[in-house]
Design a protein around this ligand. Structure first.
Ligand SMILES: Cc1ncc(COP(=O)(O)O)c(C=O)c1O
Length: 395
């Protein structure tokens, strides 16, 4: 093998034969300038699409001014983003890191310390089937998927797992365990296959957490920041968590993670208990602030709702006679099409048709386009997607 054909990368991803060299709006281009509709946004990351003028300008100015400074010093943009997120979420204080798993790791540490301080030596956290919270030891242990966990030896104990939307399963745990300290869930499961928690379930879980003094942790790493047409997916249920984790779409492409908590839990993590070298650096904070500004200025929540309805309506009408379709579901621009069969191949077929989507949980085609997508672009996306699904069934 010639040296220029050899890869120097560890093969921990199943990559497609596609190498984007630039992005503009909802489109990605390869080096021959072929264009591809981005129906995935880097898995819910590129909230503002690619090369958004305002974001590029803001982070360019920030890069010229100050890229990084240690958390040993005061970072004004961190204060600004924390204030902004407090007003959008109804929570009070933030900690910043660089990714979803880090935000969740911080939430899990906080929940355990909260329990241990109450005298619970071995705190347990209720988590869910099909959940995905990250790939560190703690977040992997909180995630579903025994098979992937078993490769790595001992995992972190202290999690009990139940199905979503099953309040009786939680009530049974309430009866049988006296050491539960928190419930952690994604209001809409992303990697698990776009599984939506019912409003009523979320409300009952909120009540149970309040009456038992358990912390309610919502992981909105994938479903937060306007993706569902609300700023946060939990807002559809009219309740509030005690702890919220964010990442992906908050930076629109610049790595960022955030943990938000209610005032009364904000002092649980004190100096030295947790931290991050890069977390909350001025570049990431500027990306976060600008993303929130643009979502507001360009009315992207409304757009997510309208474009989401447009997608669901057309998919339901065009695919209604396909017997292999189990369900077409989603809220805003977080949409899944579940098939009866493994449909991983659709990723490649769609790519050949100039569309980026992915398949999660082996049989759910997942759509997460940028929130800036226009009505016309949705039509293009749908034509490419429907063609790809039909081709898959004809093969
Ligand atoms: C709901 C959820 N939580 C956590 C994570 C982990 O985030 P990261 O890959 O940034 O560590 C993901 C990633 O897909 C996610 O979807």
């Amino acid at each position: 093998m010639k040296d220029n054909q050899k890869t120097y990368l560890i093969q921990n991803y199943k990559r497609q034969e596609f190498s984007p060299s630039k992005g503009r709006g909802c489109w990605l281009y390869d080096k021959e300038n072929n264009r591809y509709m981005d129906g995935l946004s880097g898995i819910a990351v590129n909230t503002l699409g690619h090369n958004h003028k305002k974001l590029v300008k803001a982070i360019s100015i920030q890069a010229r001014n100050l890229l990084h400074v240690s958390n040993l010093y005061k970072i004004q943009t961190q204060e600004q983003l924390a204030r902004r997120l407090a007003s959008l979420t109804g929570l009070d204080k933030s900690f910043y890191c660089n990714s979803g798993l880090e935000a969740n790791e911080a939430a899990l540490k906080l929940a355990r310390k909260f329990g241990i301080a109450k005298g619970i030596k071995k705190p347990k956290i209720i988590v869910f089937e099909n959940a995905f919270h990250g790939r560190s030891f703690a977040t992997m242990s909180a995630s579903s998927g025994k098979k992937s966990r078993s490769m790595f030896g001992d995992t972190i104990s202290g999690f009990v797992r139940v199905p979503i939307n099953d309040i009786d399963a939680i009530l049974a745990l309430e009866k049988n365990y006296c050491n539960i300290v928190a419930v952690m869930l994604e209001p809409i499961q992303g990697e698990g296959g776009i599984n939506i928690s019912k409003n009523n379930f979320l409300k009952r879980v909120r009540k149970l957490c309040t009456s038992n003094k358990w912390l309610l942790i919502f992981d909105e790493v994938q479903c937060g920041i306007g993706r569902t047409g609300n700023w946060f997916a939990f807002q559809k249920a009219g309740i509030k968590p005690d702890i919220l984790t964010l990442a992906k779409g908050l930076g629109s492409g610049v790595p960022i993670g955030a943990l938000l908590v209610k005032e009364q839990y904000a002092d649980i993590l004190g100096p030295g208990d947790h931290g991050s070298t890069f977390g909350g650096n001025p570049l990431a904070m500027q990306a976060g602030l600008t993303t929130l500004d643009v979502v507001e200025e360009e009315k992207l929540l409304e757009n997510a709702r309208n474009r989401g309805d447009q997608i669901l309506k057309r998919l339901k009408s065009e695919l209604k006679n396909y017997p292999h379709i189990v369900s077409i579901r989603g809220i805003g621009l977080m949409i899944g099409i579940q098939l009866k069969v493994d449909c991983s191949q659709i990723t490649k077929i769609a790519l050949d048709n100039g569309l980026l989507v992915n398949v999660t949980n082996s049989n759910v085609i997942r759509l997460l386009p940028p929130l800036i997508i226009s009505q016309r672009e949705v039509e293009i996306l749908l034509s490419k997607l429907i063609l790809s699904i039909k081709t898959f069934f004809e093969k």
